[in-house]
Design a protein around this ligand. Sequence first.
Ligand SMILES: Cc1ncc(COP(=O)(O)O)c(C=O)c1O
Length: 460
Amino acid sequence: MSASFAAASAGAPDTATGTNGAAQGTASPLGGATVTTPVAAPGASTTPPVRPAHAPASLQALRGDELLIGGIPVTQLAARVGSTPFYAYDRALLRERIAVLRAALPAAVKLHYAMKANPMPAVVQFMAGLVDGIDVASAGELKVALDAGADPAEVSFAGPGKRDPELWQAVASGVLVNVESLRELPVLAEAARALGVPGRVALRVNPDFELKGSGMKMGGGPKQFGVDVEAVPELLDRIGSAGLSFEGFHLFAGSQNLRAESICEAQCKSYELALRLAAMAPGGAGSIRFLNLGGGFGIPYFPGEQRLDLAPIGANLASLVKRARQELPQAHIVIELGRYLVGEAGVYVARVVDRKVSRGQVFLVVDGGLNHHLSASGNFGQVVRKNYPVTVANRAGSTRRETASVVGPLCTPLDLLADRMDLPEAQVGDLVAVFQSGAYGASASPQGFLGHPAVVEVLV
Ligand SMILES: Cc1ncc(COP(=O)(O)O)c(C=O)c1O
C-alpha cells in the first residue's frame, strides 16, 4: 500500500478480506449509498423494511469531499489522464488483494491470474510479478502475457475454438494447452513434432456437476467448454499415443460466486473427479503435475451482496493439498482467478456533459457509458439490471444529495450506468465514478458502437 493511500484511508481492517473497510458516513466514498437505509412502507406503522445497500466501497478513500484513486484526488487524476472517460487501476490495491489471498490460502496452492478479466498490458505486467502464473484465452492474450515477462512454464491456455495457428504459437511458446476438443490433439502433436519441442497439454474437463449459486456456470450439463467427463478416457489414450506431454486436468465450474460453501463443494468435487481420471492418465496418477481446480471467487457488485469469506476456502484447500501429497504426489494445485484479483482495484470515471430533468427525474448525462462499460450498464450477463456502486467522485463526501440516474451518450435506453440512485448533487463538469470496475470493463465493451472516442486506461 502506498504511503499516500495509507494516510488517506480511514478504513478499519476488514477481518473477512484483510482489506481496508469503508469509512462510513461522510467519509465513505459512497456516502449515503453505503448505509443500509430504512424505507418507509406506505401506510406501515411498524418497523419499516430495510433497503439493501451496496457493500462498503472499502478500498478507495476520500480527501475532503473528493475521491482518491491510488492516493490521487480524482480531479487531479483526470487532469493527468488528459481526457475522460478513463479507467484507473490501483497498484496498491492489486498488491494488497494478492497479499490477502496468499495469507488465506495454503502456500502450496498456485495462484494464476486469468487475464481475460483485465488484459491491459501494464496490469498484466504488474500482475505477472505477483502471481504464480497467467491464464490466457487466445494467442493475442498469450502475446501480452509473454511480453509482460510471464514465465511460459507457468502460462496456460484455455478456450473453446483455438485456431490451428494459435495452437502452434502455444506449442512454440512452451506454454501448457488446456485441451478442450479431440480436434486440437493432432494439431498440437504435429506442431510439437515439427518444432522439436514438447507439446505440453492438460485436459479441460466439463464435469458432471456445476458451481451452485454462480453468476455464470461453465461446467455441468452440455457445454462448449472442455471435454465431457465421459469422453476423457478416450482423449487420454489419444494423448498418450500422440506423444504429447500430459500434465494434468483443468476444471472450471463457474464464475462470480459469493458463497464460500459452494466454492468449497466445487473444489472437492473437482478434486475427486480429477483423482478418478488420474488413474487413467498415460503415466498414471503419479505423473499428474497440474491440477487446476478453477476459481469462481466473486466480488460484491450489487446492493445486498457481501464479500466472499476466504477462511473456509483456505481451510478446504489446505485439506485438499494434504490429500494430494499422498494421492497425487507430483501435482501442484492451481486456482485461477480474474475478477477477484482486479475487479475492486478499478474505477471508471466519466464527466457529466449534461444535466437534464425529465418529468421530475434527474438525468446526469456523462461522456461514456455502455460503449466503455457494458457490464455496469447491466448488459453483460445480468438477468435483472442492478446498479453498480456509483458516486459523483469530486463531491463524494458531500451531504447535498439527490436521486439521479446516470446515463451515457448513446441513443439507447440500455446506456444506463445508475438507475435512480441516491447520489451527491452533480453539475455539468463533475466526475462520476463507477466502482468495482477493474474486471470485464474496457475489453468487454463494444467501444466501436456509435463512434465515440475509445476509453483511456491508466495504472496508478
Ligand atoms: C477458464 C476460465 N478461467 C478463469 C475465468 C475467470 O473468471 P473470473 O474473472 O470470474 O475469476 C473464466 C471466466 O469466464 C474462465 O472461463
